[in-house]
Write a protein that binds this ligand. Sequence first.
Ligand code: SF4
Length: 193
Amino acid sequence: MIDVYKIIENTNVEGPGGRFCIWTQGCKKHCAGCWAKDTWSFDSGIKYSVKELYDKIVSQKNLEGVTFLGGEPFEQAKELSLLSEMVKQAGLSVVCFTGYTIEELNNKNDKYINEFLKHIDLLIDGGFEQDKFDLSRPWVGSSNQRYHFLTDFYTPEIINKYKNKIETRIMRDGSILINGMGNFEKIKRQMKI
Ligand code: SF4
């Protein structure tokens, strides 16, 4: 089972093109300034099987791929590796954000982490660092975060093709859901939320 914090089934602001986004539940990094603290706990996620998530993904139209965000996706490398392999076989791309650096992941010498890395097209590494706040590059919020093109599905040119954007959704229950990358504090002040 995969512990999930949140799903957005189709968005254009969490990686290249239309993407099915899965925020995993559970993170040990606890970066200063993290704006996803609700994802830190390891016992409050919604549980989905790999098959359930796969079926949701392939039922969506006009997707370019899947994006994993955190929480920390690599805490669930075994299950996400399997899901990523299935997603790739369906012709979709995989983008993954991680609070670890790629060197830290490689140094773990963990078979499931290594397998997961094989199924990721674009890895964006490094936790958010408040003192390196920088919104000039797409999908990231601090200058320490790096793009690693692990397959030839994407090339570095895409970084110039996309800009940071946010999406705001008014949900059926009246709540407001904001995703993407931007100055969230400023946005909340302006929206008075
Ligand atoms: S790795 Fe990501 S989710 Fe975890 S504390 Fe850092 S910024 Fe927050």
